[in-house]
Structures are given as C-alpha cells and as structure tokens.
Design a protein around this ligand. Structure first.
Ligand code: CA
Length: 222
C-alpha cells in the first residue's frame, strides 16, 4: 500500500484529497503547516508528498529546499493556486517532481501520483536489493555478484545486463530490449554486442542460466 502525505492548510481541500486518495486504496495523512510537513516528510513513513506552497510557517518552496538539502528523496508533487511560470520553474528546479495548479481535476492528480510512484521503484529494503535466481545472486547496493556463494567479477555492462535479465525471469527479452536497457537507444541495432555479452555472462554465471530463444532473444531460466 502506498502512503501519501498531504501538506495542505485548507481543510476543505485536504479532506477532498484524503477522501479521493483513500477511495483509490492509498493511506493518507495531512500536515497543516511547514513544520509538520518537514517532520513528517523526513520520517520516511511516506512514499509521496503532495504539497501546497502557501503553508503557514514557511513557504512551500523553502520546505522543498530544506527537504532536498537534507537529501530527502521522497517524490513531491506541488499542488498550488500559484500559476506563475516563475513559481513553477522554481518548484521544478528546486527538486519537485511535478507541479499542478489549482483548481485541479482529481483524475489528473491521481494519474500523476501513480506515475511518480511507479517511477520511484528504487529498492527500499535489504531483500529487494538482492536479486537471486538459482545459484546466482546480485547485490544491487554493493554491486557484488555471487555464484554458488563465490564472488564473481563482472564489468559494469555485464552487471547491468545480468540485472536486466534477473529482473525479468522467464521472460523473453529481445536483443533490441536488451540493447536499449543496457547500452541506451542510440546503439547500432545491427550490432552483435548483446550476443557477445551474453557469452561473457554464460562463462561467468553458468552456461545453462541464459537460454537462447531462436529468432526472438534471450530468456533467463528460472
Ligand atoms: Ca494554503
């Protein structure tokens, strides 16, 4: 379940947002001034912050600056009556992920909330930071790779390719998909670099781990 913090001092708007978001399965809490917003956003109990700019105590842009200044990564959507382009630019440059002006349509806000939550898929717990399939495990934090418990050295590209495959076990990944994930879109699609690197991974991680699906691509055996 996703937990959303709403920083809004106007009770009518706060309650409208809470009702709407709860009806969609989110958990919500409301902060009614700048101080509360800072404390609650820094508590790591929330997955996203929807923030008004006109907050008692401090301006929302200052709250934003303090949060980002302290390294807080929570996705932030600014929801404000201020429609001046300078505020919008200041908000986005100050580290907000999105900026919406009031009056707003709830459906649009919801779509933006979902998008921000989807983009913020960084691993959060220790378990999620280690991908394991069969004898192979990848620690995404330390970038250590183990095969049957033994450390194996992978280059940065090999690691990214292995990570991409381990994130899609059992799924056929085409050469184009792997190229765009690992090398970026501007790589020559005619190149055989994917096949070459699959060869490296087979040598390092085990020859039976990655299956060739003729005419389609590669699949990680589960
Ligand atoms: Ca306000």
């Amino acid at each position: 379940m996703n937990r959303i913090l709403i920083a809004e001092d106007e009770p009518r708007i706060a309650s409208f947002l809470e009702k709407g978001l709860r009806a969609k399965g989110f958990t919500t809490s409301v902060a009614i001034d700048a101080g509360e917003t800072l404390d609650m956003a820094l508590s790591h109990e929330f997955d996203l912050l929807i923030m008004d700019l006109g907050l008692p105590g401090k301006d929302g842009l200052q709250v934003l600056e303090e949060l980002r200044g302290q390294g807080e990564q929570i996705p932030i959507i600014i929801l404000t009556a201020r429609d001046d382009i300078r505020d919008k630019v200041a908000g986005l440059e100050g580290g907000a992920d999105d900026y919406m002006t009031k009056p707003f349509r709830f459906e649009e806000l919801l779509a933006r909330v979902r998008l921000r939550l989807r983009n913020n898929h960084l691993p959060k717990t220790k378990e999620e930071m280690v991908l394991t399939i069969g004898h192979v495990s990848l620690d995404l934090r330390t970038r250590r790779v183990r095969v049957k418990g033994q450390l194996v050295e992978l280059s940065a590209r090999e690691f990214t390719l292995a990570e991409t495959l381990l994130r899609h076990p059992g799924q056929v990944m085409s050469r184009e998909q792997l190229l765009s994930h690992v090398w970026g879109y501007d790589y020559d699609p005619g190149s055989n670099i994917v096949d070459v690197y699959i060869g490296y991974l087979r040598k390092k991680l085990g020859s039976d781990l990655i299956e060739t699906v003729r005419g389609m691509g590669y699949r990680l055996r589960t």
